[in-house]
Design a protein around this ligand. Structure first.
Ligand SMILES: Cc1cc2nc3c(=O)[nH]c(=O)nc-3n(C[C@H](O)[C@H](O)[C@H](O)COP(=O)(O)O)c2cc1C
Length: 319
């Protein structure tokens, strides 16, 4: 099997490609499509009730018999533990954890339930902490990514994390095609996690307007702002976001910023043409809305071509 890595063995998947959690847009249809195509689909648990998560797990299972995971944003005690309990009680074997707060005992809980844990980190220090806490796999996510981001870009982050920990490392942030996939493997990763690329697929629970925004966006069409969640989050530029940033720079009051943020949050939850959309710099690489399975197929096929080309070039140089 081409590109069979330790990640495939660890997760029981065919290709080392993970669909990153996509809050609001990454539901059962997308997770099942990715898992049925040989990758690992991951259900988002943020912004939904516990009952909805139970329903989403059951629905995904009805659509696919392959492994799939659940994501938990592990920054708040009650939220993290309630979602972990649901994952455990509903037979989930793998969880991705982001925004990990070491004070919240969610890793211990998941380990006692024999669930594999993949921890999303944005720097070496957090990767080392997660290794000590006992996670199984690190997902090193560069600041090119959609969603919440750190400060380090993927190109320096991934090899630094690979050097710093003994665990398998998955690369995330800015990867949307075979070039990024092969580059990630060259940097020492055992697989990739993609969010923005899977957001613009047929199975994502997003409106056409949102997907069109990703298609229209270039590599410089996003900004990092705390306007949506209070934490640095990469979003497609919109006037309302630029205005929030401008007001923040000019020392606007907390109340004024909060009022603007609540407008931004409303626009985030809308599916309309003026929706606020979180996406990564990989938008610039996305020109169509294929099925999730096609994304995976193309990455594998094109990666084989890339590697053969590099091999031929190397052959020419050494000959
Ligand atoms: C719209 C959107 C929502 C996201 N929601 C979550 C989430 O709920 N939990 C999480 O851990 N990561 C979330 N992410 C991050 C992705 O899972 C993934 O790590 C990231 O998108 C990878 O970078 P890329 O966008 O360059 O592919 C989100 C990303 C996007 C674009």
């Amino acid at each position: 099997m081409p590109f069979h890595t330790v990640l495939c063995d660890a997760l029981g998947i065919k290709y080392p490609i993970i669909q990153g959690a996509i809050m609001r847009a990454g539901g059962p249809g997308l997770a099942a499509a990715v898992s049925n195509s040989g990758g690992l689909g991951v259900l988002s648990s943020a912004g939904i009730s516990t009952a909805q998560l139970v329903e989403d797990i059951a629905r995904t299972r009805s659509l696919c018999s392959m492994p799939f995971g659940v994501n938990i944003q592990a920054g708040a005690m009650e939220f993290a533990l309630s979602r972990a309990k649901i994952a455990s009680e509903n037979g989930i074997r793998v969880v991705t954890l982001s925004r990990i707060d070491p004070k919240i005992p969610v890793i211990d809980y998941l380990k006692s339930s024999r669930i594999k844990i993949m921890a999303v980190v944005g720097n070496v220090e957090k990767a080392r902490i997660c290794e000590q806490l006992g996670v199984d796999i690190i997902i090193a996510s560069g600041c090119e990514a959609g969603g919440h981001v750190g400060r380090v870009a993927s190109m320096p982050l991934i090899p630094a994390v690979v050097d710093a920990v003994r665990l398998p490392v998955v690369a995330a942030g800015g990867i949307a095609d075979a070039r990024g996939f092969v580059a990630a493997l060259a940097l020492g990763a055992c697989g990739v996690q993609m969010g923005t690329r899977f957001y613009a697929t047929r199975e994502a629970d997003a409106s056409q307007a949102e997907k069109d925004k990703i298609l229209a966006a270039g590599e410089d069409s996003t900004l990092v702002s705390e306007a949506l969640t209070g934490l640095p989050c990469r979003l497609i530029r919109e006037n309302v976001l630029e205005e929030w940033e401008k007001q923040k720079r000019s020392g606007a009051s907390e109340d004024a910023l909060k009022a603007l943020s609540s407008d931004i949050q409303k626009k985030y939850w809308q599916n309309s043409s003026d929706a606020v959309v979180s996406a990564g710099q990989a938008c610039g690489l996305i020109g169509a809305v294929p099925a999730a399975g096609e994304v995976i197929e193309n990455i594998i096929e094109d990666s084989i071509r890339i590697i053969l080309t590099v091999y031929n070039l190397t052959g020419c140089i050494t000959a």
